[in-house]
Ligand binder design. Structure first.
Ligand SMILES: O=C(O)CCC(=O)C(=O)O
Ligand SMILES: [Fe+2]
Length: 385
């Protein structure tokens, strides 16, 4: 069941934006946004003592490379998520992106925003939306809605990039997004080189494996600007439900509100503290866990809401092109165990929602049904360990 634009329940897709709902000054959230008890922030373990690690990249200075590699190796296996500083991306660009993203949500009339509405029926459609594709076949518990609106941009490869699909407001939005996309792409490449080295593989190994050796295309990159309006009942809701990212590596910036949480190895939810305006959050994703045969962890994360302040984040997802076959580095089987933990998957198949039952039956050992796009999270990686 989903919210209709009228706000009533229907079998249609949720088209009402959370920001619009909040404007009605509601004191209780509609039932579709209420999480089942075991998923509510108030009923899960929250740790106030832990923080996710911060890694100084020293501007990729070769003199510090060995120490940086060691830190990356440790935190990739322990957390699968960390913040980086001194990463080489100008802080002015990060600030301009936050300002432009926020301006679209707060200064643009709803009618202008709706001109960019994504198609809720089409998978990973570009544009302004509120709920990434809902699977009608799942149980009602799983179809709880996120307290979030977003704008998703198809940014790379260049053949997918069409800035005229992006907001025209503020006036520098499109140009900034192109610049930001290129900078994030470069940072993803540089981080993957460090990750490769940190597990004893040649620098280019991860990037080659993700993009398909020699492929001209490079990463599939999507950039999502997420806007989480204040919520009257933060204990009952989630801005974004628990999930791991489906691709290889996610680079994220946030404002100073806070709300992103990462699940620790001990099962506690740990808030990613807004550190400084130039910190970038690195979240390792499912394909990286597979490629490294489990040496790097795909971090489970979620977003909690609060009652007083809207929150903005910008995620740059770097995924394999659809036809690339992902399998663990053979070299790693001797380094870790005598057997590989995972066999292979083709990234393309994970997108084939209609066919998911067939996929689960035919892709040996590993498949994922990921809540970045779907409302429930079944992390097959966990069940295979
Ligand atoms: O808003 C955030 O901090 C997290 C966003 C996220 O996890 C996602 O879009 O996959
Ligand atoms: Fe995510």
């Amino acid at each position: 069941m989903a919210l209709h634009s009228s706000g009533s329940l229907s079998d249609g897709e949720p088209t009402i934006r959370v920001q619009k709902l909040v404007e009605t000054q509601l004191s209780e959230v509609p039932s579709q946004y209420i999480q089942p008890p075991d998923r509510r922030p108030s009923d899960t373990n929250n740790s106030t003592d832990l923080t996710i690690p911060v890694i100084d990249l020293f501007g990729f200075d070769p003199a510090h490379r060995q120490a940086v590699r060691a830190a990356i190796a440790r935190e990739s296996s322990e957390w699968g998520a960390f913040q980086v500083i001194n990463h080489g991306i100008p802080i002015s660009l990060l600030n301009q992106m936050r300002t432009a993203g926020l301006s679209f949500f707060t200064d643009c009339p709803i009618s202008d925003k709706l001109a960019y509405a994504c198609d809720p029926k089409s998978f990973a459609s570009e544009g302004y939306g509120t709920q990434m594709l809902l699977d009608k076949g799942v149980d009602s518990q799983s179809s709880v809605l996120d307290w979030r609106d977003y704008f998703d941009h198809h940014t790379l490869p260049l053949s997918r990039r069409n800035p005229s699909n992006w907001p025209h407001f503020p006036s520098d939005y499109r140009e900034l997004m192109e610049q930001y996309s290129d900078c994030m792409n470069l940072l993803a490449q540089r981080l993957l080189a460090l990750i490769s080295e940190s597990i004893g593989l040649p620098s280019s190994w991860m990037e080659d494996a993700i993009t398909g050796m020699g492929a001209e295309e490079g990463f599939y990159q999507n950039i999502t600007v997420s806007y989480y309006p204040p919520c009257p009942q933060p204990d009952l809701t989630l801005g974004l439900q628990t999930h791991s990212d489906i691709g290889a590596i996610t680079l994220l910036i946030q404002d100073n509100v806070g709300g992103l949480q990462v699940l620790s190895g001990q099962g506690d939810w740990v808030t990613v503290q807004p550190l400084s305006p130039d910190a970038i959050v690195v979240i390792l994703a499912d394909q990286t866990e597979i490629l490294t045969n489990g040496k790097c962890k795909s971090a489970e994360h979620r977003v909690i809401t609060n009652s007083s302040r809207a929150r903005l984040s910008i995620s740059a997802f770097h995924d394999p092109p659809k036809a690339v076959k992902i399998s663990p580095a053979a070299e790693l089987s001797s380094l870790t165990t005598s057997v590989l933990k995972f066999s292979y998957t083709r990234f393309q198949d994970q997108f084939d929602i209609e066919e998911k039952n067939k996929i689960f039956a035919t892709i040996a050992q590993y498949s994922i049904f990921n809540s970045r796009f779907l409302p429930i999270h079944i992390n097959m990686l966990d069940s295979l360990k």
